[in-house]
Ligand binder design. Structure first.
Ligand code: PLP
Length: 464
């Protein structure tokens, strides 16, 4: 019988996170303020606790995971590595397809890996309350779960379109003791101003971030902090536990190195978590094709410029050096809500500029077709975000077949889609179509968003 599951014992869980910032051949550009001066840790202190700010700016290669946090993570980790033998067979490919299954966490995705870490460090710091935003509801539910376990209050601003499309995510958040409101809301000045300008807006992650940051910093007691579910260095850091486990598990499967590593990328955290340990290998000479996959209708890495831009719509965050569609961009209401962000993690962006990554964008219909093929071969129902990684994997497996090559593909199964069935319903009943942003809209968003902001230098060594 072909082995399909590669599992680690509890005591084999990685005890350190890997920080790519220590190894990038051309270092990441610093965060800046709009007048072009660098952002200091003190400037971030009203928003985040200092222990997480230290991780955000750290240049250490390995960072210890505190023992009590490891105990929390161990409640559902190590996550299994599996082999998709039925999909391989259906495709008739000589490629071997392995996937890291992050759908087994309590919230059903990779998000608890950072939610637990952020909640734990906040609790240590003395924070009493967290605010955050959520797109599809995955991050909001993960943070409510983590807050419940460490003993914090949690308030979530959920993008309006998802709030309406995905009522069950709100129920999860409330079950874990959190509060969830639709964004834009009347609770913040930012929200009220969005509603005044765009009364019918579906909302966006950028707007919800503005609201959540305002809600945190306007509590002058300092007891409320803000928490972000992706994009920032410390979030990507927490997710590297995925790739570090996967490496040990591939060794169990007798694989020395994968030829191709694939992950879907919204803000970049699950992709980075899986791939950064392999990016490190690539920097040190290994031949690996590493592919972040994004929706064709929200193509930051494949189509947008690398520039300094705000992480939110009103400009409350520092300027981040990243591939960005512009902070004014409102993505079309596609079903992969977790991939609707205008920007991309600075570390993923810098690795792309360096040539270490080979991003792809895939239209929605191809992704749903892949999700259906997956469900009818491997059996599980993937999140709409995850379907992008599966679609890219199928493309690679078909190419391996054409070339007659026995490639090893590793992809990130970032989450299940059991609370996202409306997208499947739309696809199965012919109500879904592809959508490409009209050039004009794309150009306008970028121009209006980036006007007057400092430029970011595209630094690369030229080795890749
Ligand atoms: C949130 C989410 C994503 C996208 O976020 P990243 O930070 O890019 O990982 C992808 N897949 C699932 C299942 C998600 O919940």
């Amino acid at each position: 019988m072909i082995e399909q599951k590669f599992v680690l014992r509890d005591d084999e869980i990685p005890r350190q996170w890997y920080n790519l910032a220590a190894d990038l051949p051309s270092p990441m550009e610093p965060l800046q303020t709009p007048d072009g001066s660098p952002v200091t840790p003190e400037m971030l202190a009203p928003i985040f606790p200092m222990n997480l700010i230290e991780q955000e700016v750290s240049q250490e290669r390995w960072i210890d995971i505190p023992e009590p946090l490891l105990a929390l993570l161990s409640s559902y980790r190590p996550a299994p590595l599996k082999r998709a033998i039925r999909l391989e067979k259906a495709l008739g490919t000589p490629a071997r397809i392995y996937y890291k299954d992050e759908s087994t966490s309590p919230a059903g995705s990779h998000k608890p890996n950072s939610a637990l870490a952020q909640a734990w460090y906040n609790k240590e710091f003395g924070t009493k309350r967290l605010t955050t935003e959520t797109g599809a509801g995955q991050w909001g539910s993960a943070l409510c779960y983590a807050s419940a376990l460490v003993g914090l209050e949690c308030k979530v601003f959920m993008v309006r379109i998802s709030f309406d499309q995905k009522p069950y995510r709100k129920i999860l958040m409330e079950t874990w003791g959190g509060t969830c409101i639709a964004s834009p809301s009347n609770e913040t000045a930012a929200g009220r101003s969005f509603l005044e300008q765009f009364p019918d807006t579906p909302g966006s992650l950028g707007m919800a971030i503005s609201e959540a940051i305002e809600a945190a910093v306007s509590d002058k007691s300092g007891d409320t902090k803000y928490s972000l579910g992706s994009v920032l260095n410390h979030v990507l850091l927490h997710q590297t536990i995925i790739g570090l486990e996967a490496k040990k598990q591939l060794a169990l499967a007798g694989v020395k190195k994968p030829d191709i590593v694939i992950g879907c990328a919204g803000g970049g955290s699950n992709f980075a978590g899986l791939s950064f340990p392999f990016v490190n290998d690539k920097i040190h000479g290994a031949e690996i094709t590493i592919i972040p996959v994004e929706p064709q209708s929200c193509p930051s890495l494949t189509k947008a410029p690398f520039a300094y831009d705000f992480g939110d719509t009103t400009g409350m965050t520092p300027l981040l050096p990243m591939h960005t569609l512009g902070h004014n961009f409102v993505a079309p209401p596609l079903h992969a809500g977790g991939l609707r962000y205008h920007g991309m993690a600075p570390l993923v962006s810098q690795a792309t500029v360096e040539g270490l990554l080979e991003p792809e964008s895939i239209p929605q219909m191809e992704c749903y077709a892949a999700a259906i093929q997956w469900a009818r071969t491997e059996g599980t129902i993937c999140a709409p975000e995850t379907s992008h990684a599966i679609a890219a994997t199928i493309r690679q497996a078909k190419q391996a077949k054409e070339e007659g090559k026995e490639k090893v593909i590793l992809f990130g199964y970032s989450g299940h889609g059991l609370l996202d069935l409306s997208g499947y319903d739309a696809y199965l009943n012919g109500r879904l179509e592809d959508y490409e942003i009209p050039e004009e809209e794309f150009r306008k968003s970028i121009e209006s968003s980036l006007e007057g902001l400092p430029k970011a230098a595209e630094k690369r060594t030229g080795k890749w």
